[in-house]
Design a protein around this ligand. Structure first.
Ligand SMILES: *[C@@H]1O[C@H](CO)[C@@H](O)[C@H](O)[C@H]1NC(C)=O
Ligand SMILES: *[C@@H]1O[C@H](CO)[C@@H](O)[C@H](O)[C@H]1NC(C)=O
Ligand SMILES: *[C@@H]1O[C@H](CO)[C@@H](O)[C@H](O)[C@H]1NC(C)=O
Ligand SMILES: *[C@@H]1O[C@H](CO)[C@@H](O)[C@H](O)[C@H]1NC(C)=O
Ligand SMILES: *[C@@H]1O[C@H](CO)[C@@H](O)[C@H](O)[C@H]1NC(C)=O
Ligand SMILES: *[C@@H]1O[C@H](CO)[C@@H](O)[C@H](O)[C@H]1NC(C)=O
Ligand SMILES: *[C@@H]1O[C@H](CO)[C@@H](O)[C@H](O)[C@H]1NC(C)=O
Ligand SMILES: *[C@@H]1O[C@H](CO)[C@@H](O)[C@H](O)[C@H]1NC(C)=O
Length: 306
């Protein structure tokens, strides 16, 4: 029996009461429906945050059932209401990053830099194959960089700098062919500058400073036609600058300070690297005289101490 037919049989006031009861029941029923999917994953992420001094997650509560309206959470335009951006940098958050982040499978940008996340970067991050940016700079993450990161094949920005990550820079990162920024500086890594960077042909910025890397600089710059910034100071790099470095004519900023590099810079470095604006190579490298003839080039000589 539908509402129209019902209204014919019941007195008007009774009909009104019945309809209100139906509406009330429907509403409360909707409100108590348990969260699912992205909603559930976000609540799991919140549950691992111990301290939220700025209250950035205050809006992540049950009175706002549309999680796309929560602070720092952005959804795509489609009607499916899937989270595409998690953006809570510099928020003072203290806690760990729940592995449930891997359930937010539409995520494209994660920006959690300048917080105090500790614990591991869980392998579940590898489920985010749409991810373009992972910015966890300046937290306290420990453990290895998970090998599953190779599944995030759309990553363009991988910034894990200023954490307490350990271990070898995993070769899997070499499979992230879309990378244009790789920043791992200030971690406690092993090994040297990984040869796989030769495959990262879209790379614009490579920052591996203060990572306790050793060995020589691999001769792998041939194909890095987009590399503009190479920053690897404060390591234990030895040997000389490899020949292919001088083929990398896109270079604008090179910082190699505080390593144990030897030898001489190429006499024609200014011709070979015409875009070079900044060259910091304090250490044992000998700088050829011609360097001083170059245009606006800022550099520190071996004797020019801070
Ligand atoms: C995340 O996804 C896994 C696998 O689909 C599921 O078992 C788990 O309950 C989900 N966790 C949350 C918090 O949604
Ligand atoms: C839920 O979030 C809204 C919006 O930020 C806020 O006004 C409200 O106080 C929050 N409720 C609770 C219980 O935290
Ligand atoms: C991190 O915080 C510092 C100090 O507040 C600020 O200068 C810097 O821009 C922040 N960095 C990022 C990447 O948000
Ligand atoms: C790192 O983040 C803290 C806040 O957690 C901020 O005070 C500090 O300035 C940041 N450092 C850098 C180098 O961005
Ligand atoms: C990585 O991708 C492979 C192949 O698509 C899949 O089998 C595997 O489960 C993925 N790993 C993670 C952590 O998502
Ligand atoms: C570069 O990529 C090719 C093709 O995927 C692979 O065979 C090779 O081992 C990679 N080189 C390095 C140094 O990782
Ligand atoms: C260089 O190596 C020495 C000896 O292994 C170590 O004591 C030192 O901390 C390293 N320096 C850097 C900057 O990694
Ligand atoms: C590097 O550049 C020189 C010319 O400056 C060229 O002869 C050589 O073939 C180049 N090497 C590679 C590997 O591109």
């Amino acid at each position: 029996m539908n509402a129209k037919r019902l209204s014919r049989f019941l007195p008007p006031f009774l009909f009104a009461i019945l309809m209100q009861f139906v509406a009330f029941f429907t509403l409360t029923h909707a409100a108590v429906a348990p969260p699912t999917g992205d909603h559930l994953a976000l609540l799991a992420i919140k549950s691992m945050i111990k301290v939220d001094p700025q209250g950035v997650m205050t809006s992540w509560n049950h009175s706002i059932t549309n999680f796309c309206q929560w602070q720092g959470v952005y959804c795509g335009h489609s009607r499916h209401h899937r989270v595409t951006i998690l953006d809570l940098p510099s928020s003072g958050l203290i806690g760990t990053l729940s592995p449930s982040i891997g359930n937010l499978s539409f995520l494209r940008f994660i920006r959690l830099q300048n917080n105090s996340f500790s614990g591991e970067i869980h392998p579940e991050i590898g489920r985010l194959f749409r991810l373009q940016e992972l910015d966890l700079y300046n937290n306290s993450f420990t453990g290895n960089i998970p090998a599953t990161i190779m599944n995030c094949s759309n990553l363009q920005v991988l910034n894990l700098g200023r954490n307490n990550l350990v271990g070898k820079i995993s070769d899997e990162i070499g499979l992230l062919s879309m990378l244009n920024l790789l920043m791992l500086r200030k971690n406690i890594l092993e090994g040297g500058i990984p040869p796989f960077i030769s495959n990262l042909t879209l790379l614009e910025t490579l920052s591996l400073g203060n990572c306790q890397l050793g060995g020589s600089i691999p001769d792998v710059f041939q194909r890095l036609r987009n590399l503009r910034t190479l920053v690897v100071p404060g390591n234990n790099l030895t040997g000389t600058i490899p020949p292919s470095f001088y083929n990398c004519s896109s270079l604008e900023q090179v910082v190699l300070d505080d390593n144990q590099l030897n030898g001489r810079l190429h006499e024609n470095i200014g011709l070979k690297l015409p875009r070079l604006q900044l060259l910091l190579i304090k250490g044992r490298l000998v700088i050829v005289e011609q360097l001083t003839l170059l245009k606006p080039l800022l550099y520190r000589s071996p004797c020019d101490h801070k």
